[in-house]
Design a protein around this ligand. Structure first.
Ligand code: E4P
Length: 216
């Protein structure tokens, strides 16, 4: 499973990229706004920090506007993936932009039928939002499972990019169900390494090594 980091904070991205564990980045207008920096500038900087795909989202809602913005975003760097909303205009724009060779991430997916449409529109990635479904008392993981089944039935190439991940458990469940990619905030990715028995075991090993005067 590929790991994308869901943030527009370039310091966090640089820190995580240095671990070698990050395969790409996702942003959205809310994350860009939070960074407080100009859109094109922050996307260009992120693209230079990671080799993998960097999702940059349009803000237009009509087909022509999405195409204009998508083409502009794609020119920022070779690893930009244009992020489009799951609307009819978004799907139409997805078909056009992928036809031009620009990778597209179709975002704000909350149903299996929406994911089916995105695959038919040639999306590179589909982003089902797990946390936001959980927030309204539905099970986001059921959606990932349904999309996996549908994409496997018809051998769609569209990659399932599990988004709106809030917990380490979400990450584990995505891996079990077979999501191709998961995107999570830096804190969730960093938390995956934590286990109290690892900390306790390391403490004991180091204490024993010190007592015995072991040097490597
Ligand atoms: C994905 O591409 C989105 O940017 C993100 O995962 C949304 O997460 P949230 O629901 O926690 O805002």
């Amino acid at each position: 499973m590929k790991f994308f980091v869901d943030t527009a904070d370039t310091k966090d991205i640089a820190d995580l990229a240095a671990t070698g564990l990050i395969d790409g980045v996702t942003t959205n207008p809310s994350l860009i706004a939070k960074s407080g920096r100009p859109f094109a500038e922050v996307i260009a900087e992120i693209c230079a920090l990671v080799d993998g795909p960097v999702s940059a989202e349009v803000v237009a809602t009509d087909y022509d506007g999405m195409i204009t913005e998508g083409r502009k975003l794609a020119k920022i760097a070779a690893n930009v993936t244009v992020k489009l909303p799951l609307t009819l205009d978004g799907l139409k724009a997805c078909k056009t932009l992928t036809g031009e060779g620009t990778p597209v991430n179709v975002t704000l997916c909350f149903s299996a039928n929406q994911a089916l449409l995105a695959a038919k529109a040639g999306a590179t990635f589909i982003s089902p939002f797990i946390g936001r479904l959980d927030d309204i008392n539905l099970d986001g993981m059921d959606l990932i499972q349904e999309i996996r089944q549908i994409y496997d039935n018809y051998l769609f190439d569209t990659e399932i990019l599990a988004a709106s991940i809030r917990t380490a458990n979400h990450v584990k469940l995505c891996a079990l169900v077979g999501a191709d990619v998961m995107t999570a905030p830096p804190a969730v990715i960093k938390s995956l390494v934590n286990h109290p028995l690892t900390d306790k075991g390391l403490e004991t090993f180091l204490a024993d090594a010190k007592k015995a005067g072991i040097k490597v």
